[in-house]
Design a protein around this ligand. Structure first.
Ligand code: RTP
Length: 154
């Protein structure tokens, strides 16, 4: 699942139900594309609560876990895989801090949302979680191995 540390590094990025409800799908994809990351996987679905719980299983001891799972499975999620150099770390920079009020201007969360519980987007926080999440959301043949003709972005 991608090659961490190279131009083929991959991250799992998901637009949460509040993002799709607010019609922010195009805006969010545009920010990743304009940066230069390559979209290699995309689908839209309403996750089951079981799938949502698996996605957030690391947080299952947190007081907000049940509410998070309920919200994440309450509407359409756009699940994506983006590829590019340092995409896991830099993708998190584009996204901004978990609490939008602590995020920097110019980030997706600062510019487009207010509440931690409605922060519109998820991005993998490590190469290890990226591999785990991509496998949870995508089959191998749902990821497109296309070559960019732009040498800057490979
Ligand atoms: P994400 O996994 O969604 O990209 O978010 P993150 O890494 O920035 O934050 P994380 O700590 O993993 O939390 C996952 C999501 O849970 C919700 N949350 N609610 N009510 C609360 O205090 C609280 N804290 C976290 C947020 O939607 C957060 O994105």
């Amino acid at each position: 699942v991608g090659i961490p540390g190279t131009n083929q590094e991959r991250s799992f990025i998901a637009i949460k139900p509040d993002g799709t409800q607010r019609r922010l799908v195009g805006e969010i994809i545009a920010r990743f594309e304009k940066k230069g990351f390559k979209l290699v996987g995309i689908k839209i679905l309403v996750p089951t609560p079981e799938h949502a719980a698996k996605h957030y299983e690391d947080l299952n001891k947190k007081p907000f876990f049940n509410g998070l799972v309920k919200f994440f499975s309450s509407g359409a999620v756009v699940a994506m895989v983006f590829e590019g150099k340092d995409v896991v770390r830099t993708g998190r920079v584009l996204i901004g801090a978990t609490d939008p009020s602590q995020s920097a201007p110019g980030t997706i969360r600062f510019d487009l949302c207010i509440e931690t519980g409605r922060n519109i987007i998820h991005g993998s926080d490590s190469n290890e979680s990226a591999a785990h999440e991509i496998a949870l959301w995508f089959k191998e043949d749902e990821i497109a191995n296309w070559v960019s003709t732009n040498p800057v972005y490979e």
